[in-house]
Design a protein around this ligand. Structure first.
Ligand code: NAP
Length: 308
């Protein structure tokens, strides 16, 4: 089969760090164009708008949308309307309703829509899911604490409404939790801390439960200096399970049981090719629903102003 002619929209940090190397290694794809107001990729024809790109390069089969979430819907609507398959960076949009609209449009146009969750493809996530499926889970503790100044310097969009604030990394934890737990969870209470000068939270404390007696406590904080934490700990009948370092290492009762090289974005691109070939979409909104629930149910606290 000939490769999928792929275009990228929104050439920035994640495109350079992850999308370009993953696409280059995957023979299922040929990168044919980019659209970005400033960013370009060496040797690839570039446009400043998606409209100009779609008009000039009709052979494009699929488009990866990598701009901030507040600007994703417009581009996705245009790409799907033009009959292109669409890969949405996480989070898939700024609201649940706009992503639902895109899902319906993809079905109507007969193309594939992929709401990607890269952390679900972290090395030890499937091993954690298998472990939890075979035991009784008592409680889960999610600790996602990082230094926003280190990881998101001068990214204004992330602090604006729709940018999600600390949920930008926190939604990665929620994408793992919703994948590895055997039953659905729902929010019972939350506290969100907003810097007085920002529209998005810098910290969130979240409490969930399932239909039974299992509880999940999430602590998301962007003020963490020193050791960074991206850990999910489950107390279970089979022992203490620790899925550490963003899903890359699994330990049970302190003993490392699984680790493997990082393959998140290569796996995302394999999955995108798979759904295109199968003629289906992959849109799981559970992580974004939990964030929306936190904004609906969470108490708000204002904390000191934040400057980069
Ligand atoms: P970024 O570098 O700040 O933004 C990506 C590109 O989007 C920018 O270079 C810019 O390109 C374009 N853009 C920015 N503001 C825009 C606007 N107002 N309208 C249209 N385009 C705009 O962000 P990023 O870190 O790559 O993140 C992009 C997405 O990937 C986010 O949803 C993020 O959650 C996700 N992600 C990021 C990471 C990470 O480590 N950074 C990891 C996983 C996922 P032009 O100026 O050339 O248009």
């Amino acid at each position: 089969m000939s490769p999928i002619n792929l275009a990228i929209v929104g050439v920035g940090k994640i495109v350079r760090d992850q999308h370009l190397p993953s696409i280059a290694k995957n023979a299922d794809y040929k990168l044919v164009a980019t659209a970005s107001r400033h960013g370009t990729v060496d040797g690839i024809q570039s446009f400043t708008t998606i409209e100009a790109m779609l008009a000039a390069v009709p052979e494009i089969d699929a488009v990866s949308l990598c701009m901030p979430p507040q600007y994703r819907y417009e581009a996705a609507y245009k790409a799907l309307s033009a009959g292109k398959h669409v890969f949405l960076e996480k989070p898939p949009g700024a609201t649940l309703s706009e992503v639902a609209d895109l899902e319906a449009l993809a079905a109507k146009k007969g193309v594939s829509l992929f709401a990607s969750w890269h952390s679900r493809y972290a090395a030890a996530v499937e091993a954690a899911k298998d472990f939890l499926a075979k035991t009784e889970i008592k409680n889960v503790h999610v600790i996602w604490k990082e230094d926003v100044r280190h990881w998101h310097p001068n990214q204004d969009w992330i602090w604006q409404a729709g940018g999600l604030g600390v949920f930008d990394p926190g939604i990665n934890a929620l994408s793992i939790v919703t994948h590895i737990l055997p039953r659905a969870i729902f929010l019972t209470g939350a506290t969100l801390e907003f810097p007085e000068n920002r529209d998005a939270p810098i910290a969130a404390d979240l409490h969930f439960r399932d239909a039974g007696s299992m509880t999940v406590h999430g602590e998301f904080d962007w003020r963490q200096t020193g050791k960074q934490s991206w850990d999910i700990i489950a107390e279970t009948a089979g022992g203490r399970m620790e899925l550490a370092e963003g899903g890359s290492k699994l330990s049970v009762n302190g003993e490392l049981t699984f680790s493997a090289p990082e393959e998140e974005y290569p796996s995302l691109y394999r999955r995108f090719a798979e759904i295109i070939k199968a003629g289906k979409s992959d849109v799981d909104l559970a992580p974004l629903r939990h964030v929306a629930d936190a904004f609906m149910l969470g108490k708000r606290k204002f904390v000191e102003v934040f400057h980069d």
